[in-house]
Ligand binder design. Structure first.
Ligand code: ZN
Length: 49
């Protein structure tokens, strides 16, 4: 598994973890992780392979 930067919700600043990860996709060589927080805000993080 790839290393990820720790992410927090852009709305409520709660830490995001794998349980909240809903989508992973790749674009231009970067893996993007989409998280949905329990506050319903969506945060996208990018990690390079
Ligand atoms: Zn949140």
């Amino acid at each position: 598994m790839l290393e990820r930067l720790s992410a927090s919700c852009e709305s409520c600043d709660r830490p995001l973890n794998d349980e909240k990860q809903v989508i992973t996709f790749e674009r231009n060589g970067c893996i993007r992780h989409v998280y949905e927080c329990s506050c319903r805000a969506v945060t996208i993080t990018v990690s390079r392979d």
